[in-house]
Each structure stands twice: as C-alpha cells, then as structure tokens.
Design a protein around this ligand. Structure first.
Ligand code: VL7
Length: 142
C-alpha cells in the first residue's frame, strides 16, 4: 500500500520549472511570476476521489480525479489546454508507490508523477523532454 500523499505540503525545491514552462508555451511575463512562487500542495482523499490543490499567492489550481478512471482536464490558469483520456488507458494510476498521471493532449509526453520519499512529497512534472522536479515538506500546523 503506498504511503498517503494526503496533507498540506510546502515547497522546498523547484528545479527546471523554467524548461517545463517554456515547453508549455507560457509567456515570459507569467514565467517570471511563477518562478517566484512558493507553491503549496493540499492533497485530500474522499473515498476513491483525490483532490490535489496547488496553492500560491498568485493563482490556485485544483484537480480532482479517481484513480483508474478516465477524465478530461482543463489546465485553467496554467497553459489553458484540454488534456484527456486516451481510449486505451486510464490516466491516473498507481505504479508501485508512485501516483502517475498522463496528460494526453496537444503536447506530447506530458504528465506528472507523485511519490513520498523520506517524509517528503516529490513531484516530477514533465512535457516533451523537459522535467521539472519539485519537493515539498509536510506542514504539520495545517
Ligand atoms: C503544476 C506550474 C506553470 C503556468 C501560473 C502559475 C501558477 C500555481 O499540474 C500541477 O499539479 C499536479 C500535480 O500536483 C496536479 O494538478 C500544477 C503547477 C506548476 C505550471 C504554468 C504558469 C502560470 C502556479 C497554480
């Protein structure tokens, strides 16, 4: 059973957000703002429904899904693209202890992977060969 991703997590590192944003076509202006943000993840689970909230002083992004079920996602406020299920695979799955999301759409080889390692929440956001690596530490006061 994978360790729980649930809780409030504060960003401690953020490597190559720039490369990831460039592949997504984010403007220079928005990239500068996004680079300065200390993102927070609030991850909740209600039955088989997961809710991942990415929180910042500038903008929030909320995504909810059921593991193993196809879904459509609109990345509102990020790069504003529609990504959706392919006909052959469900989009968020557990691969061992990693929660893996494939964001199938206009951009090739796009998705993310979350896992816990040494009490930290890890996230890789990837798109077209660029990988942004983020690490979060648990905020026990929230
Ligand atoms: C990944 C930033 C940069 C556009 C705005 C910056 C607002 C705060 O996909 C994500 O999380 C997954 C995995 O946890 C669950 O939905 C969100 C955010 C990384 C992307 C793009 C800059 C514009 C940043 C919302």
């Amino acid at each position: 059973m994978p360790s729980s991703l649930c809780g409030t997590w504060d960003m401690v590192s953020n490597v190559n957000l720039e490369g990831y944003m460039i592949t997504l076509g984010i403007s220079c202006y928005l990239r500068k703002i996004a680079q300065k943000l200390k993102q927070r993840k609030v991850i909740e689970q209600q039955g088989d429904l997961y809710i991942i909230k990415t929180i910042s002083t500038f903008r929030n992004y909320v995504f909810s899904f059921k593991v193993g079920q196809e879904f459509e996602e609109f990345t509102q406020g990020l790069d504003n693209r529609h990504v959706m299920a392919s006909e052959i695979c469900s989009l968020v799955t557990w691969e061992g202890n990693k929660l893996v999301c494939q964001q199938i759409g206009e951009k090739k080889n796009r998705g993310w992977t979350h896992w816990i390692e040494e009490d930290k929440l890890h996230l890789e956001l990837y798109c077209e060969g660029q990988v942004c690596k983020q690490v979060f530490k648990k905020n026990v006061n929230e």
